[in-house]
Design a protein around this ligand. Structure first.
Ligand SMILES: [Zn+2]
Length: 379
């Protein structure tokens, strides 16, 4: 059985072990250090585990600019989101090794290859297609420090996660898919609780392949998004009651949402390829926010990447059609007038009011789990 190759050809491993790691810990006080946020620390771990293959560290200028303007690394490999480390300009020099720390936690050793300034407005316009500060990704960019450090990282310590059993590395998911005998695996990105619209998307995808990898993003989100625990609990009960258990794996992708729409769709696909997925579901307004992106811009962008290798599965909309007599989609149902769409807004309002979303929006078992959580949303 052959498995899809990691992006760039090989799975990167930047995790230190043994004597090399011990030496850094022992001599920690001799290094200069840079404080990194929890989100950045997770991305350090994502680089180290090979989830961001072929990246071995934070972008240097040549790759950074190439990603901004060409959506590819300087060697031509598709890569759409800059992965950068921002710092206050200080006396760290190129060629030095510094520790990346979160509080007292030593996360990694960075081999500083380049130190450079960047233009935040250009960065925002290229990545998000806008410089409007109301866009959460733009606001985040404007709040970044002025200088970037590029270079390879060496992971020293992993951070704790409350969701340990879901936190699989690409090597682990690849082995798991192999054990299960899955040749074709479809990845599903979500930051939402399990609702009927997504269930149909996933099952439409799964119908065509051997296995489904449900892979919610766990990490910083914006107020009003669902809390991580609630997303995972909702999927546990949905899988338990409504999915063939030997054909589904639930695992988390720990990173922040960037809300970069189409560019993030490509990034999300690359990450799932590294996990070992051969297919990736792209629905409506993938990784979007507000009305910054056209509803299917995240479909169109895949045309620019015939060399991506992971295959996108595009879906427009699932809905209930009384005339067809069930849940169906725009490709097979001709009754445009009669369709009843899944309303995310309606679902959300019901949850906010503490009422059980109706069976046309959500499985009753899932709704019960969400309501039981008390407050399902990020404050
Ligand atoms: Zn119909």
């Amino acid at each position: 059985m052959t498995q899809i190759k990691p992006h760039g050809g090989k799975l990167i491993n930047r995790e230190l072990t043994g004597a090399k790691r011990n030496k850094i810990i022992e001599q920690a006080s001799e290094y200069q250090s840079v404080q990194v946020s929890t989100d950045l620390m997770k991305d350090v771990e994502n680089i180290a585990s090979g989830l961001f293959s072929p990246l071995e560290g934070f972008n240097c200028r040549e790759d950074y600019e190439s990603i901004l303007y060409n959506k590819r690394m300087s060697n031509g490999i598709p890569w759409t989101l800059p992965i950068v480390l921002d710092i206050y300009n200080n006396d760290i020099n190129e060629g030095e090794e510094v520790l990346l720390k979160n509080g007292d936690h030593i996360a990694a050793l960075l081999e500083v290859e380049e130190k450079f300034d960047f233009d935040k407005r250009t960065h925002a316009e290229q990545v998000f297609g806008t410089n409007d500060e109301a866009h959460p990704g733009v606001a985040k960019t404007y709040s970044m420090k002025d200088t970037l450090l590029g270079g390879r990282i060496n992971l020293v310590n992993e951070s704790e996660t409350p969701f340990y059993k879901y936190a699989m590395k690409p090597e682990e998911t690849r082995n798991l898919f192999k054990e299960k005998g899955w040749e074709k695996v479809v990845g599903f990105q979500t930051r939402n609780v399990a609702h009927l619209g997504h269930e149909y998307l996933q099952k439409a995808g799964l119908t065509m392949v051997d296995g489904l990898f449900i892979n919610p993003v766990i990490g910083k989100k914006k107020p009003g998004d669902f809390r991580d625990e609630v997303i995972l609990d909702s999927y546990e009960v949905l899988i338990d009651e409504y999915y063939p258990k030997d054909r589904v794996v639930l695992g988390i992708f720990q990173t922040e949402m960037r809300y970069a729409g189409p560019r993030e769709a490509i990034f999300h696909a690359i990450v799932r390829k590294n996990y070992g997925c051969t297919h990736f579901i792209v629905g409506r307004d993938h990784a979007g926010v507000g009305s910054y992106y056209a509803p299917f811009a995240a479909h169109d962008i895949f045309k620019e990447f015939p060399d991506l290798e992971i295959e996108p599965m595009f879906f427009k909309a699932f809905f209930f059609c009384p005339k067809c007599g069930g849940i169906t989609n725009d490709k097979v149902c001709p009754h445009e007038e009669e369709r009843i769409n899944f309303s995310g807004t309606k679902m959300r309002q019901m949850l906010e009011n503490g009422t059980l979303p109706t069976a046309d929006l959500m499985r009753p078992e899932v709704a019960a789990v969400i309501l039981k959580s008390g407050h399902p949303f990020v404050d």
